[in-house]
Ligand binder design. Structure first.
Ligand SMILES: [Fe+2]
Ligand SMILES: [Fe+2]
Length: 265
């Protein structure tokens, strides 16, 4: 029997080694695109994705300071933190497919397979950039809490979409332009170009989140913006903080009516 979508997603989550995870993500997306996976959701997703031995995972409070803003050490720390976020994003995309895909039309799997393959590419590009700067993914400690949002929302696809793409990935849209400017000022055009490319992709990831969140709300006759605020209040412990990149958020369909009533300054 052919491999199922769920088996392919699970194989990504269970790959610990970074290059094995990237390979599994690309293979799953390619096999899906070429019609080589059956649309079956016959195996469960693991509670936790497999992780490599390095980086060491620390709570945010224990993370070392990143070094002076414009210094090479500071830039490497930023690139390492971003690589770690992209690594977690691979797992988040495939968990969404394997855990919730059965409740959605096939286009949901299409969208998140594409997102998952892009996250794998983002991770691989950042890891390569770190190597060009004489270091690599795993050489610094990393944030240990990135799976928490997933754990808080294993029961509810709409809650997962509300928190992961529509809060966390949207936050990436807000902060990335300043990071790009920062790399430009330091004369690191290569890293700036890489982050510019990633930002363009991330707008589409947020858009996919909004699209499928609206699908969930329409099915239950909820107003999407009201429902989003309820779910964020229930499942997200952080604050929704400005400054917002309203134009990038708007391009993704995440309009101010969603988040401005929640914004704390
Ligand atoms: Fe990404
Ligand atoms: Fe993303």
């Amino acid at each position: 029997m052919r491999r199922s979508v769920a088996e392919a997603a699970r194989s990504v989550l269970l790959a610990a080694d970074p290059s094995a995870k990237v390979k599994a993500a690309r293979a799953a997306a390619r096999d899906w695109r070429c019609g080589r996976l059956d649309r079956r959701f016959d195996v469960a997703m693991p509670d936790q994705p497999a992780r490599p031995e390095r980086p060491e995972l620390l709570s945010p409070a224990r993370m070392p300071k990143r070094g002076r803003a414009g210094s090479e050490r500071g830039r490497i720390a930023t690139l390492h933190a971003l690589a770690h976020i992209e690594f977690a994003a691979i797992d988040l995309a495939f968990d969404l497919i394997g855990r919730f895909g059965d409740a959605f039309p096939t286009a949901f799997v299409d969208d998140w397979m594409r997102v998952g393959a892009e996250e794998a590419m983002h991770f691989a590009l950042l890891a390569r950039r770190l190597r060009a700067l004489g270091t690599g993914y795993g050489d610094l400690p990393a944030h240990g809490g990135l799976w928490e949002a997933a754990e808080a929302t294993t029961q509810d696809a709409a809650a997962r979409l509300a928190v992961v793409p529509m809060v966390l990935e949207a936050r990436g849209l807000d902060v990335t332009p300043a990071t790009i400017a920062h790399f430009c000022r330091a004369g690191d055009e290569r890293s700036a170009a890489l982050l510019t490319r990633i930002l363009a992709d991330e707008v589409r990831h947020v858009a996919a989140g909004v699209r499928w969140f609206r699908f969930c709300c329409d099915a239950e006759r909820f107003d999407a913006a009201d429902r989003w605020r309820v779910l964020v209040g229930l499942h997200f412990r952080g604050a929704i903080k400005p400054p917002f990149n309203d134009s990038a958020r708007g391009a993704a369909g995440l309009t101010t009516e969603f988040y401005s009533p929640l914004a704390v300054s």
